[in-house]
Design a protein around this ligand. Structure first.
Ligand SMILES: [Mg+2]
Length: 216
C-alpha cells in the first residue's frame, strides 16, 4: 500500500507573485525602510524581527491598506489544486513566515472552503502601530527566529505517515525542502536546491502541482 500524500506550500512568492514586504516597500517605502531586511541578511536580526521592523512602518488608514492588499496577484491555479486535494482527501498546509492578516484577506475563502491548515504568525494592524506579527508561541511549529518552522510541519506530516509534496520559493523553505519527498521550487529556493543536489520538479505555476496531484 502506498503512503498517503500531504501537500505543504509556502505563501509569499509561491502562491502570491512576490513577498508581501516587497510589494509594500515598492509602493510606500524608500530604500532606508528596508534596512532591517539587510540586517537580517547579514545575520544581525531574525527574520521575524526584520519583518516586524519593516511592517511597523506602514501608517495607512486600514481600508487603504486592505485595498492595496487586494491588488496582490494570487496564482489562479492554486484554488483548483486546493479543490482537487479536498476531493482526494489530501491534507493541505500553508506555512508562512509572514502572517495571517494578508493571507486571509487574499485567500480566506479558498482556505475555509477546502479545510486548509494555515500555519503562520498572527498579524494585527493599526495605523498607529503598523502591522505587528505575533508568533504562535503555543504552536508545535513555533520557531523564535521565523515565527513558525516549516521543517517542523514536514516532520509532523512524516510522523503521521504522509509522503510530503511541497512548494516554495525562498530561504525559509529550504529546511523543509531538505526533508520533503517531492519539491516544487522556484527562485532562490530552486537555486539552493540545485546547489544542495535536492531533486526538484518543474514549477512555473500551480498547474504543475495540479498535474502531479492528479496522478497521486
Ligand atoms: Mg516565499
Amino acid at each position: 500500500m502506498t503512503e498517503p500524500t500531504a501537500l505543504f506550500t509556502d505563501f509569499d512568492g509561491t502562491i502570491s507573485d512576490d513577498d508581501f514586504f516587497w510589494f509594500v516597500a515598492d509602493r510606500y517605502f524608500d530604500l532606508s525602510a528596508l534596512e532591517p531586511w539587510n540586517r537580517y541578511l547579514r545575520g544581525e536580526m531574525t527574520h521575524l524581527e526584520a519583518l516586524n521592523a519593516i511592517f511597523s512602518q506602514i501608517r495607512l488608514p486600514e481600508n487603504e491598506l486592505l485595498a492595496f492588499i487586494d491588488t496582490i496577484r494570487i496564482d489562479p491555479e492554486f484554488a483548483p489544486v486546493a479543490e482537487l486535494c479536498r476531493r482526494k482527501g489530501i491534507p493541505v498546509y500553508i506555512a508562512s513566515a509572514g502572517c495571517d492578516y494578508y493571507i486571509n484577506r487574499l485567500l480566506g475563502p479558498v482556505i475555509a472552503a477546502n479545510n486548509i491548515r494555515l500555519v503562520t504568525n498572527h498579524g494585527v494592524y493599526s495605523p498607529h502601530t503598523g502591522l505587528v506579527m505575533h508568533p504562535p508561541a503555543d504552536s508545535p511549529f513555533y520557531d523564535p527566529g521565523v515565527g513558525i518552522s516549516k521543517a517542523k510541519v514536514v516532520d509532523l506530516l512524516h510522523e503521521q505517515g504522509y509522503r510530503v509534496v511541497m512548494a516554495g520559493d525562498g530561504p525559509p523553505d529550504f529546511p523543509a525542502a531538505e526533508k520533503a519527498d517531492e519539491v516544487f521550487a522556484k527562485k532562490i529556493l530552486l537555486e539552493k536546491c540545485l546547489q544542495a543536489n535536492i531533486k526538484t520538479r518543474t514549477f512555473n505555476t500551480f498547474k504543475d502541482v495540479y498535474n502531479f496531484i492528479c496522478e497521486v
